[in-house]
Design a protein around this ligand. Structure first.
Ligand SMILES: *Cc1c(COP(=O)(O)O)cnc(C)c1O
Length: 386
């Protein structure tokens, strides 16, 4: 094996996919409720993505970041407008978008806030795996793996507005958070928290940066999770679902914050025409009232089914919103349940030792949800009877 070993993986080698299904090299099928970590928002190999790749791929794959190209101009305009933002920096990964947000906040602080540069983030948050985004993340003992830790981040407990207020100093430039903490195990904030945080940041002249990389693009039943509390941040980062499986990400910012000048930011795959053509196709598909209503309807169905299973197996509560849901388990048996489900042809994620996470395609059907619940029932039964 020549690939660097980074995480433990099952032996199966995946060879093809269609919608909610994935097949390995032996022909075994898997019902996929991981979907590349909430990335394949339209399932495996969706026709709109195939078509966008084929059409753009036959015209122009890469012009060079040194020249304008039409798909990126169009996608920047569309995604910024959809998010209520003004400008976009288009890149490939979520970490790169967040790294850009950190740079833009520091730049804004140097120009408009006396050199303020510290960013307040939340404990247990996840913002990526570059050195700065690891330091921004609040996962315990995460950034410390690669000393020295990049300075400039202050971590406070999630859901506690007073803790943020206490952490603000003249060095503070921004507050950055996930509207729902995905990697932490689908942890939601108290109702009204985001709205109150918007008011707090505004009255202290701080930037609010929403990391919508996991929660955006329809995942929670609205196009962006900030919409649930009618919050308009100063910057928003999107990735994962916007590419529906191809590497595409964006840092979106309000006009007043967009202060990068020539040479500040860039990258070889910035504003890549092939990826941006996919981005527009995905955005057009997801940003439709009927599509988002489907997400809400499937969410209600899955939540009800998980609650019924929770009652039968005496597990804990169901967490999350839209099609980003999690089920608490009474014991740290999530990894065992994931293995038992895998054997039965169902892909799930153990977000925490005691929490299962569900991230199906947003166009998942009610039959697929019923099927998932049946297999999960069996996997839970098998693990608890051991
Ligand atoms: C996945 C994720 C990231 C990192 O995105 P990559 O594309 O893996 O770099 C950042 N923030 C959140 C909330 C995420 O879920």
């Amino acid at each position: 094996m020549s690939l660097m070993q980074l995480t433990k993986k099952p032996d199966a080698v995946m060879v093809s996919g269609k919608g909610s299904w994935l097949w390995d090299e032996k022909g075994k099928s898997y019902l996929d409720f991981v979907q590349g970590w909430a990335v394949n928002s339209l399932g495996h190999c969706p026709a709109v993505v195939q078509q966008a790749l084929a059409e753009q791929g036959s015209v122009l794959i890469n012009a060079s970041p040194g020249y304008h190209n039409m798909p990126s101009q169009r996608f920047a305009r569309e995604i910024a407008a959809a998010a209520g933002m003004d400008q976009a920096f288009l890149c490939s990964t979520g970490a790169e978008a967040n790294e850009g947000a950190i740079k833009l906040a520091r730049k804004w602080g140097s120009l408009h806030k006396n050199g303020a540069h510290e960013i307040i983030t939340l404990q247990n948050s996840f913002h990526g795996r570059t050195l700065a985004t690891m330091a921004a993340s609040g996962k315990p003992n995460f950034a410390e793996r690669f000393l020295p830790v990049t300075p400039g981040f202050v971590h406070v407990p999630p859901g506690d507005l007073a803790a943020i207020e206490r952490a603000i100093t003249e060095r503070t430039v921004a507050v950055m958070l996930e509207p729902i903490q995905g990697e932490a195990g689908v942890v939601t904030h108290p109702k009204g928290y985001l709205r109150a945080l918007r008011e707090l940041t505004e009255s202290n002249r701080l930037l609010l940066i929403a990391d919508e990389i996991q929660t955006g693009m329809g995942r929670t039943g609205r196009l962006f999770a900030c919409e649930h509390e009618s919050v308009r941040p100063d910057m928003m980062t999107v990735a994962k679902g916007i590419g529906a499986g191809v590497p595409l990400a964006a840092l979106l910012a309000r006009e007043a914050v967009s202060c990068f000048v020539s040479g500040d930011q860039g990258g070889t795959y910035t504003a890549h025409p092939l990826m941006c053509a996919v981005g527009s196709a995905v955005l057009h598909t997801i940003n439709q009232p009927a599509f988002l209503e489907h997400v809400q309807a499937m969410s209600a169905r899955m939540r009800a089914g998980l609650e019924a299973l929770a009652a039968d197996h005496s597990t804990g509560a169901v967490h999350g919103a839209g099609l980003l849901l999690a089920l608490s388990l009474p014991q740290p048996s999530a990894a065992e349940v994931v293995d038992a489900a895998f054997e039965r042809g169902l892909l799930l994620n153990a977000a925490r030792p005691d929490r299962l996470r569900f991230m199906p395609a947003l166009n998942v059907t009610s039959n697929e949800i019923e099927r998932m619940l049946t297999v999960l029932d069996s996997a839970l039964g098998c693990v608890s009877s051991k």
